[in-house]
Design a protein around this ligand. Structure first.
Ligand code: NAP
Length: 286
């Protein structure tokens, strides 16, 4: 058996490989990477490194040669039509290489999403379905690290976390929990042709996060909710490029509309309890 992980130099891919190494021998794991020079850490772990670019069919086919399973990690590109082309190329390569099982990292409850990038994930899932390859759709939550990271230290100093999420709930998960779920699916039987919405069974709001941050930091921090336009200009004023500011304010807006309030037990069934939010806050404020 050999398992290929694409996007293996990324945060999620590296974590998946670390979890896989606890479950299968290193010589059964292949890292497919765009830039081989960035993969020296992976090579040191005893994992085979292969070059593969999502827009280059032949390189992706070589990445997948002789592989029984593939974890296809979605592209980070912000141009959605480009992403769809990249993803179609990866799926074509998996089909042509004769891959026997493809797991794909999509977006939780994508059909109900108001974020345009959800369509990229749905389009990719449908592309995979056209191949007839047994699949597992790992529909990932938003990463907790997107919201809970060392930038919270600045919020502690200011005494406020500013968002346009209103009272919306967030079913986020840490990358390490999502990586463990992916490694579990790749090394266990019985996950073929299944769709998992990997979200936190306990969604949280920014008001609740502010309380946890206050408790952990020992300083009163409140959540201040602003409008979409105010949020966008706050983000551009701190130096974010406009499309990125718009994406963030858009994600916050979708949260305020309840997009990330829906929960599921799929993650718990695969790996057990999710990492508590308070642990992530402690890590972020260290
Ligand atoms: N759920 C969420 O909240 C959330 C947030 C952000 C992103 N995402 C999605 O989840 C994916 C994994 O997250 P992450 O944190 O691991 O992202 P990441 O650290 O940005 O990793 C992305 C990986 O994709 C690789 N890549 C980029 N373009 C490529 C191409 N043309 N061909 C082959 N590989 C390419 C990158 O290679 P290099 O190292 O060479 O750049 C990197 O290994 C992202 O790519 C994105 O689709 C989800």
């Amino acid at each position: 058996m050999s398992i290929v992980v694409t996007g293996a130099t990324g945060f999620l891919g590296e974590l998946v490989i670390k979890h896989l190494l606890k479950k299968v021998p290193a010589n059964e794991i292949i890292a497919s990477v765009r830039n081989v020079e960035k993969a020296s850490k992976l090579a040191e772990l005893g994992v085979e490194v292969r070059q593969g670019d999502y827009l280059d069919l032949e390189s992706m086919k070589s990445s997948f040669a002789e592989a029984s399973k593939v974890l296809f990690i979605s592209s980070p590109d912000t141009d959605n039509t480009l992403r769809i082309r990249q993803h179609a190329t990866v799926v074509q390569a998996a089909r042509d290489a004769g891959v026997q099982h493809i797991a794909y990292t999509g977006y939780a409850f994508a059909e109900e999403s108001i974020i345009p990038l959800a369509h990229v994930h749905l389009a990719t899932e449908y592309a995979i379905r056209t191949t007839g390859i047994p699949y597992t759709f790992l529909r990932n939550a938003l990463y907790t690290e997107v919201f809970v990271n060392p930038e919270l230290k600045g919020s502690v100093e200011r005494g406020a976390i500013v968002t346009n999420t209103g009272n919306g709930k967030i079913n986020s998960l840490t990358r390490r929990d999502l990586a463990l779920a992916a490694a579990t699916v790749l090394t266990e039987e019985g996950h073929e042709n299944k769709t998992y919405n990997l979200v936190n069974p306990q969604a949280w709001s920014y008001d609740e996060l502010a309380e946890i941050v206050s408790e952990v930091s020992g300083k009163k921090v409140v959540h201040q909710s602003v409008s979409f336009d105010e949020m966008k200009s706050i983000l551009t004023n701190v130096g974010l490029p406009e499309p990125v500011a718009e994406l963030f304010a858009g994600i916050y807006h979708s949260i305020s509309e309840g997009e990330t309030s829906k929960t599921s037990d799929d993650l718990q069934t695969l790996i057990g309890a999710a990492t508590p939010l308070k642990d992530m806050v402690r890590e972020a404020l260290q």
